[in-house]
Write a protein that binds this ligand. Structure first.
Ligand code: PLP
Length: 377
């Protein structure tokens, strides 16, 4: 890497000698391609992005109005305890305020729990492929990630329980799983909790919880009294349409939450995020629109894919995994990209021949399906 420093190479060598050894092999998370970047590259202005599982229904208008109003207070630090939002979430969920910790996205809660509970050499179990952040955060902390292959594209919970060793601190359960959209069912989750050795923290990542409609869906909050150590992660980034604000939360036993507060920044959740989330919680109508659009559009996409003869995995979230004829996910991704449609190739997730597509607006889905039809001809 070229630098403007006079003694750049010498300093780079010193930095290498100093850095946490685990970072040397860490490959950073690759986010979905930004629309602006693609439009610059192609010289177009009508791209659509179905790559980052954002809500196609946008933010709650109430949240937008509340944020506009709050802009005048930007010279102040936010309330570091986020009193109003924490109490509102707690009341909604029927838990105490001391059982909630907010984060700069639920992503931050993943970092807090790893930083708070893992020492170098400790292990964390997660499914593979699953949310790519778990192994990164664990590696950055010097921990050892223990990936357990999915079975039929779903968490293999019995195998995950068996993967626990005396060094295991955390088991991540991503439900529904990103990138497959599959969810574990109640009976499997209950058996998992029974099988799991005591003294391990189970972080249940429910980023897409609000979209789930399976009557057998797991609400991990129901199991907080099961005797196991549970941490439920939820977010305003998906169904609430506030990904750009960066706000999510963790729910757990007050002792666990107390430790997570100790490792967070004093003002980890910014003022606009607090205000926006508070208003969004009052906008049930907007949440319903997001859920309903997702349900209707998923059904419609399934039908169109059936007609095209494209296989897919049924999803409990706002995205779905397509298994492409010919088995070349990256090639289809590239061809769609050239037509201004951004999806996510899953080859790097060890799912060759697949792409992950976020459910868009009806118009976006029409365009995606039309372009896909042409691309796979
Ligand atoms: C499974 C899962 N967990 C957590 C996150 C992070 O969400 P947030 O925006 O709340 O940090 C994502 C985002 O894509 C996700 O897919």
């Amino acid at each position: 890497m070229k630098s403007d420093y006079k003694n750049g190479d010498a300093i780079a060598r010193k930095v290498d000698a100093l850095v946490n050894e685990a970072l040397k092999t860490l490959v950073p998370y690759a986010p979905g391609k930004p629309m602006e970047e693609l439009e610059r590259e192609l010289g177009i202005s009508d791209s659509i992005k179905l790559a980052s599982n954002e809500s196609s229904m946008g933010p709650s208008p109430r949240a937008v109005a509340a944020i506009a109003e709050a802009l005048r207070g930007l010279h102040r630090y936010p309330d570091g305890s986020a009193y109003r939002l924490v109490h509102k979430i707690a009341a909604r969920l029927g838990v105490g305020a001391n059982g909630i910790v907010l984060g700069n996205g639920s992503n931050e809660i993943i970092e807090l729990v790893v930083r708070g509970f893992m020492l170098p050499g400790d292990e964390a179990v997660f499914a593979h492929p699953s949310f790519a952040i778990y192994p990164l955060v664990v590696q950055a902390a010097g921990g050892l990630g223990v990936p357990v292959p999915l079975k039929d594209l779903t968490h293999d919970l019995p195998a995950m329980a068996r993967a626990v060793t005396p060094r295991t601190k955390i088991v991540f359960v991503c439900n529904p799983n990103n990138p497959t959209g599959t969810a574990v069912r109640k009976d499997a989750f209950e058996a998992f909790l029974r099988d799991l050795p005591d003294g391990v923290l189970v972080a249940v990542d429910e980023a897409y919880f609000e979209y789930m409609d399976d009557p057998q869906r797991v609400d991990s909050l129901q199991y907080h009294d099961s005797g196991k150590i549970l941490l439920t992660l939820r977010t305003f980034s998906k169904c609430y349409g506030l990904a750009g604000l960066r706000i999510g939360y963790g729910v757990g036993h007050p002792r666990l939450i107390d430790y997570l507060h100790r490792v967070r920044q004093p003002f980890n959740v910014n003022w606009l995020a607090q205000v926006g989330a508070l208003a969004a919680l009052d906008d049930d109508a907007h949440l319903r629109v997001s859920v309903e659009n997702n349900r209707e559009q998923l059904a419609r996409i399934y039908k169109a894919l059936d007609a095209m003869g494209v296989r897919y995995t049924r999803s409990q979230a706002n995205f779905l995994l397509l298994h492409l004829p010919g088995g070349d996910g990256k090639a289809v991704y590239d061809r769609l990209l050239r037509r201004g449609v951004i999806v996510r190739p899953m080859d790097s997730y060890d799912l060759p021949g697949t792409i992950r597509v976020t459910v868009g607006t009806p118009e976006e889905n029409t365009r995606f399906l039309a372009e896909l039809g042409e691309v796979i001809q």
